[in-house]
Every structure is written in C-alpha cells, then in structure tokens.
Design a protein around this ligand. Structure first.
Ligand code: 6PG
Length: 270
C-alpha cells in the first residue's frame, strides 16, 4: 500500500485553524489552476469544514481563484431533503458557494431525499455522477485520474468526529469496510441523521491531497490513535492517505494527545 508523508500542522485554536485551512485551500486552487486550468475539491461538512468555507468566502485572496473553473464534490452527505439545514451542500451554499462566482454546473451535491428514491439509490446516483464526470474529464498532459470511476480530486477535505469517523465512515461499520465501490449508503449512522451517503475509503484515497482538519479537545483521542497508525476499520481517521500528500491540520486542543514519539515519527510543519 502506498503511503504519502503525513504532515501535521498545529494552529492555536478553531478560528485560527479555519483561517489557515482557508488560506491553504485558496493557494492550492490557484496553483492547480495554473498547472492544469481547472481544479477539483471535495468538501466536508462539520463545524470546522463550514467555518473554513466561510473564511474562504471572506478572504481578500479569494479573487485570485477562477471560481468558474473549480469543480465541487462532497465526501459525504446527510440523506435528508435538499433544503434541510442539516445538508452539507446547503451549509456550503450559504457559507461560500452562494457568495462566489462559481459555475453551478460544476457543483455536484449528493442527491437529496426527494431527488433519489432512497439512500441506496442516492449512493448509486452519486457514484454514476462521479464516473460520468471521470469519463468526460479531459486532463492536461502530465495529470492523470487515479481511478477510472472517479474524476481527479486535487484536494479532498475531511473532518474527524470524536469517535474517529471520517466522511460518513463510522468505526466498525459496513461503510468503513466497503471495498470495490466508490460510494456507500449508510443506514444506521451512530451520529444523526442515520441515513447518509459517503465516499468509500478507496475513493477518498484516490485524491492527490487529503487534508484532515480537526479542532477541539474531544477529537484529541481520535487524532492520537489515527496518527499512531491504528486500523482504519476501528479508527477510520487512520485510513485517509492522499496520493501525493496527507495533511493533518489541527488545533492545539486536538493535538493534546499526540504522544511525544509521534512528533519525531511524523513530519511536523509550521
Ligand atoms: C457529518 C460530518 C462529519 C464531520 C465531523 C467533524 O456529517 O457528521 O461530515 O464527518 O466532519 O464529525 O465535525 P465538527 O467539525 O463539527 O466537529
């Protein structure tokens, strides 16, 4: 199995972290657009994920990105109606997408309740939308798709739950064990709402860069276990691994259970 270096950056608190992830994301999108014309980002929900999007939308540097040529997907979604405030896509729309000149044709939410017959159909429809986008994608020379079923993901953002879930892959559940598919329908998520759609770990790990952004002391145990190399079924946060890079972007509270040896083992960044 391929392992990209896991860089860990520690920031003072939630707000500083959201601002730092936003700044990195803007810079990354500019770099990718310079190299290949367009850029594709996979968004996350969660309080930090949405605060990051709000920080992007209010950053003066946002104007350096050509928002018309950014493709948006989601790592997971709650299977509730499209206008439900719990929807990651709706929250992203309000925090960022609705405030920037994005191309609506490049925004790809997971089908909502009411759009797909049930959560299983939503997961299949989302997998189909991804593979259709992959089939249509024309990549600049030197860039490739990691998987013919998926478009190229330049950056994939993830939050981490206190139980160490990522996207909607919860510990010791069928979703965390799924192989051979790009998406999975989740029926009994331990965190409400119970029905969700998630990218699988194998889909997450096709991304060029995976960024795990985590704030809060309640996540410290999960972060410690993930970086100590726990198994990805028991500790899903241990599973994500970008093809080029895996970044852990965390605040001091979330870093409070990183054992000393991990500071030596993993590359610590400023
Ligand atoms: C969800 C979220 C979830 C989230 C983490 C962290 O649907 O539950 O997508 O994966 O990212 O639980 O959430 P917070 O940033 O709010 O702690």
């Amino acid at each position: 199995m391929r392992h990209s270096p896991k860089g860990v950056s520690i920031h003072p608190d939630f707000d500083a972290l959201a601002a730092a992830v936003a700044a990195r994301l803007i810079t990354k999108l500019i770099d990718v657009q310079n190299r290949r014309g367009e850029a594709t980002v996979v968004l996350t929900g969660g309080s930090l994920g949405i605060a990051t999007l709000a920080a992007v939308a209010s950053s003066p540097a946002r104007t350096a990105v050509d928002w018309q040529r950014v493709n948006f997907w989601w790592g997971d979604e709650r299977f509730v109606p499209a206008d439900d405030p719990q929807r990651n896509a709706r929250q992203a729309q309000e925090a960022m997408l609705g405030l920037l000149p994005v191309d609506p044709a490049r925004v790809h939410p997971v089908p909502a309740a009411g759009e797909a017959a049930d959560v299983d159909a939503a997961a299949l429809d989302y997998a189909r939308a991804l593979s259709d986008a992959a089939a249509e994608e024309e990549l600049a020379p030197g860039f490739d798709e990691a998987d013919p079923r998926l478009p190229r993901f330049d950056v994939l953002l993830l939050g981490v739950g206190p139980d160490a879930h990522v996207a909607s892959l919860f510990p010791e559940t069928a979703g965390a064990r799924t192989v051979g598919a790009t998406t999975v329908a989740v029926h009994n998520a331990p965190k409400p709402p119970p029905e969700r759609v998630s990218l699988t770990m194998e889909a997450i790990n096709t991304a060029d860069e995976v960024w795990l952004a985590v704030a809060g002391e309640d996540k410290a145990g999960a972060v410690g276990l993930a970086l100590a190399g726990a198994g990805p079924v028991q500790v899903p946060a241990a599973g994500p691994s970008g093809r080029s890079r895996t970044r852990w972007l965390i605040d001091q509270a979330a870093a409070s259970q990183l054992p000393e040896r991990l500071f030596e083992q993993h590359q610590l960044e400023g």
